[in-house]
Ligand binder design. Structure first.
Ligand SMILES: Nc1ncnc2c1ncn2[C@@H]1O[C@H](COP(=O)(O)OP(=O)(O)OP(=O)(O)O)[C@@H](O)[C@H]1O
Ligand SMILES: [Mg+2]
Length: 449
């Protein structure tokens, strides 16, 4: 006897064995699986086996295989390694995709939990939350003609990004990841901002709000400004000309000079001028030593940018040859040249001590000496740091300070203001401070111990 379609026995009698029906199981909380197993065991003993209800899938691929009704091992899965920063940034794009297809997407967190979100700082006091541990399923006809799922998460603490597609449709997964990268490149949330790259354990890139630095705050010979302008022209006024002729628009500028002549300040002036059209990345020494390759990988996604490497002596010196980080540093500089529109400006105290390999053409196009100021320069710098109406003969004071750097002159002005206040300044008093050397940060003898 077989029941007909509506489940009744054709003869109209009661079937001698009821067909197994799927029961809606109550949710038994944390004992769910154990309770089910026990009930199923009792039912089997009674000769009335009940259909097994599959446990909730744990992993993204179990879930997708179940949803798409395919064999889990046949799923097409494409993974890309991502840095912690890129992980958040891809999360940013994924968040936008989710919003675009809000009515259609299905999301799931890791291990049956809810999707997990993290905060992406965008600088200037703004932040967004983005998915960082989730599987997001875009049904057929949303991102692609085929269904595709993006999985983002952490494995053993390392972030990853994976796309899943139907068996035999690997290109759909590849396409989804390419589209994610393309969308990030097209509208990068960090584009045009000033970022600080540091390495508290691992590479971190964060938007910062630097104090703007103007050219008028810095007294340098005209030749230095001229070279600085040429350096920028590769990505500004001369960009199209260079590109049309197949030249790289990336350039490297090495600022060399003794401490306190304004190298850092010059780099900051460039950062102020170029932020906006370019993304600016300020790099600390700990990044230089260990994370250069990763850094330039990040930089590639940022579009035209200015990378400021401070004090490369710590990694680029002759002593460091043979160490892995020195090789990595050089490789990263070379790598920067293969990407267009990357300006790198680095500072060093002693270019002679730098390994010749650092100075090879192609790594830095220009080594620009930033000299201590001449007499006219010293006078201009003193004027900059003394009150404009102080009535001090800056030219006379400057003539006694041969060899002083901009930082020294700023100290002379500061010490004068501390001792005499803005109203008490005279040429004699400033001259006395300048010639006595009291402005130098030497320990004052006899005051302690
Ligand atoms: N040419 C200059 N014109 C005006 N101010 C200057 C000049 N040079 C130095 N200064 C003043 O001195 C400060 C320190 O200079 P800066 O940090 O740029 O020197 P640096 O060349 O980078 O030195 P270091 O090699 O020690 O890093 C500047 O912030 C600025 O206030
Ligand atoms: Mg400096």
């Amino acid at each position: 006897m077989t029941p007909n379609d509506d489940g009744r026995n054709p003869s109209g009698g009661v079937p001698d064995k009821p067909e197994a029906t799927t029961h809606a199981w109550p949710d038994l909380g944390q004992h769910d699986e154990a309770a089910r197993a026990a009930v199923a065991g009792i039912a089997a003993l009674l000769g009335r086996p009940i259909p097994e209800k599959k446990a909730e899938p744990h992993t993204a691929s179990e879930w997708l295989a179940r949803t798409w009704e395919v064999n889990e091992s046949a799923l097409e899965t494409v993974s890309r390694p991502v840095s912690p920063v890129l992980h958040l940034l891809y999360g940013f794009v994924l968040g936008r995709w989710i919003a675009e297809h809000a009515g259609d997407v299905v999301q799931r967190g890791p291990d049956r939990r809810a999707p997990q979100m993290s905060r992406l700082d965008l600088g200037s006091g703004t932040a967004v939350t983005v998915p960082t541990a989730a599987t997001v399923l875009f049904p057929a006809g949303t991102r692609d003609e085929d269904p595709v799922a993006i999985e983002t998460g952490y494995q053993f603490g390392d972030p990853y990004l994976t796309a899943h597609a139907l068996p035999g449709r690997r290109e759909v997964a590849e396409r989804a990841l390419d589209a994610l990268s393309a969308d990030l490149a097209a509208d990068h949330p960090y584009r045009g901002r000033t970022l600080q790259a540091s390495a508290p354990g691992r590479l971190t890139v964060k938007p910062v709000t630097p104090t703007p630095q103007e050219r008028t705050d810095l007294v340098l010979p005209q030749s230095v400004w001229h070279e600085t302008d040429l350096f920028c022209a590769g990505v500004t006024t001369r960009r199209d000309t260079l590109r049309a002729l197949g030249h790289s628009t990336s350039r490297g500028l090495l600022l060399a000079g003794p401490p306190g002549v304004g190298k850092t300040k010059l780099a900051r002036v460039l950062a102020t001028e170029l932020a906006g059209p370019l993304t600016v990345v300020l790099v600390t020494a700990d990044v230089l030593r260990t994370w250069m390759t990763e850094l330039y990988e990040e930089v590639r996604t940022l579009g035209p940018c200015l990378v400021v490497l401070e004090e490369i002596d710590s990694v680029g010196g002759k002593d460091s040859r043979g160490t892995t980080s020195f090789g990595e540093f050089l490789d990263a500089l070379d790598g920067a040249r293969t990407t267009d529109d990357v300006l790198t400006v680095a500072t060093t105290n002693d270019p002679a001590a730098l390994d010749p390999a650092v100075k090879r053409p192609g790594r830095f196009d220009t080594i620009l000496e930033v000299p201590p100021p001449d007499a006219a320069g010293r006078e201009a710098i003193l004027r900059l740091y003394l009150p404009p109406d102080a009535g001090v003969d800056a030219g006379l004071v400057a003539s006694f300070l041969d060899g002083a750097t901009g930082a020294d002159l700023r100290e002379v002005a500061r010490r004068s203001l501390l001792e005499h206040g803005a109203d008490g300044l005279t040429t004699d008093r400033v001259l006395d401070i300048a010639t006595s050397g009291r402005w130098k940060p030497a320990p004052v003898a006899g005051n302690y111990l």
